[in-house]
Design a protein around this ligand. Sequence first.
Ligand code: COA
Ligand code: AMP
Length: 634
Amino acid sequence: MVTNSYMDSYRRSVEQPEDFWLEAAQKISWTSPPHSALDSSRAPLYRWFPDGILNTSYNALDRHVAEGRGGQDALIYDSAMLGTQLRYTYAELKDLVARFAGALRANGVGKGDRVVIYMPMIPEAAIAMLATARLGAVHSVVFGGFAPKELAARIRDAEPAMVVTASGGIEPLRRIEYLPAVAEALRLADSPDIPVLVKAREGFTATTADHAGWLDWDKSMATSVPATPVDVQATDPLYILYTSGTTGTPKGVVRDNGGHAVALRWTLENIYDVGPGDVMWTASDVGWVVGHSYIVYGPLLAGATTVMYEGKPVGTPDAGAFWRVIQDHRVNVLFTAPTALRAIRKADPEAELLRHYDVSSLRTLFTAGERLDTDTFHWASRILGVPVVDHWWQTETGWAICANPRGLEKLPIKAGSPTVPMPGFRLRILDGAGTEVESGAEGNIVLGLPLPPGTLTTLWGNDERYMSSYLQAFEDCYATGDSGYRDADGYLFVMGRTDDIINVAGHRLSTGAMEQVIGQHPAVAECAVIGLADPLKGQRPSGYVVLKSGVDIPEDVLAKDLVALVRRDIGAVADFKHVTVVDALPKTRSGKILRKTMRQIADGEEYAVPSTIEDPGVIEQLLGALRPGPADAG
Ligand code: COA
Ligand code: AMP
């Protein structure tokens, strides 16, 4: 049965999920197709397409070559940092991936082994991901902006058979040397013997010659015997992607092969309206879920052309960079974070630079990573004259929970809303006691189980943590950690997180992790980090510290120390630059810091002081420190 309206599809997906998803699965090329969609035998640990066998890399590459698309561009690399553009056809990309898979195999990587990929936005990052998948191995890509300690935490948890990296990444004002960071991470993870393979880039100081036994990408490729795709069960893991939880220990989100391929393939056609030959550009980074799904896997599974952009929205060289890329590569669909649009608008409020470029190929602009504020929505809609579509999702879900499915039915767009739930997402808004709230009332956004294909299956090696983190708070539901409401038409409005995760320039960060780092400073007795509203980055972290008694340290010196510590242990990307010393932190009688109240005061919002506060006088003392804006060490 073919459904071509949103409501029909949604209803079918929740009322007849077997039919709906087995039909979607027909768009994937299986070595052995699945006979059933859902395995509930270990509920609440659900598995999709239990008897399906496939290879994801085959579906992303070989299949298109076999179907006659070998000469079409698969990947276009555009580096605003280097001023270069490279194009890879499906046939070329397939050959490179097969050869790199051969190189990994020659170094002992096999089915089920993990490969940590710590790379900048260069084609080799995508090649390494697809090559790992070709062997039935499991990749874990780590964002290049993370510091060695964060990389070490991921290496420790994933226990990789190999680390693949490059000489470094290029930021507008500096080059980031990766090799010392990798060496330091291996040392911190007590794993100095894990083999490291390096793509050499010009302009960096450190080389493989500095590290005995480290391998060179080009040399390995020259001698490699290309590998053919290895069959895996649909339920076997394709990748682990670590994301911030509320503690300092990142969560290893596990994605399977079959559910992922089916779901992403469905989204390309039905949400993004992208098919074979179309050009999709996702301006994110392969280190984030958006990069996994829509720079690498999604567009390639659909036989489209993906653009991989190494650059920024502004300053490389100017706020016309995005328009230039759209023009040069005839981009049909752009996906970016609202913060990037705000950066462009700040630099070029009337989008004067847009007039220099022909962006007529652009059909739709999608945004995610944070709420698309209505101002930016109206601005982008006005200057581009194409539909601007917010959609809401998380690392855990791998694809949009709520979206406007442009390929299925072009639903009316409402500013401030990511529209409606996508198939399989049984979205509900519950109060703290687990009761459904009325339309228009804000509550916890939860998703009834099972989640659809393509969403996380568990946390790496830790089913218990998966269940306690997501499935315990509300019966038979996955807790998204976001709060929001639905209007009378069923449109969702996401209002923010209910936990200690913040979103800085579309990057998800844990305030708990920053507090752990700050707490190491010998002068600090206790601290709280909260995310304050920021006109460019959405939120920015701000730290409040109580000094140990008897400690005398100037506030600016302490601030510089703490900023440096967070940079060293988490990374520059945390953008932690604000520190204020306070006499005490407001807490409940059970010792929980009232971060929400602090944030409301600092953002100038109405604030509520819970009746469980230990000492109401602390709030009075804090008002002065919170309101004028804290000391800036940046
Ligand atoms: N490797 C190393 N360092 C990195 C990095 C990377 N991949 N990415 C960012 N950093 C560093 C930057 O160099 C900067 O360091 P600094 O403090 O020494 O200057 C710091 O992290 C913060 O960088 P960034 O978040 O890029 O902020 P910015 O002020 O330089 O630029 C924006 C602001 C809005 C232009 C930029 O944040 C941006 O492009 N955001 C879009 C992000 C995005 O696409 N997210 C998508 C997730 S879906
Ligand atoms: P990440 O896992 O890094 O993708 O971050 C997921 C979180 O970012 C979500 O739980 C939300 O808090 C926020 N987020 C992502 N996209 C949106 C959106 N379109 N609207 C509102 N919040 C969003």
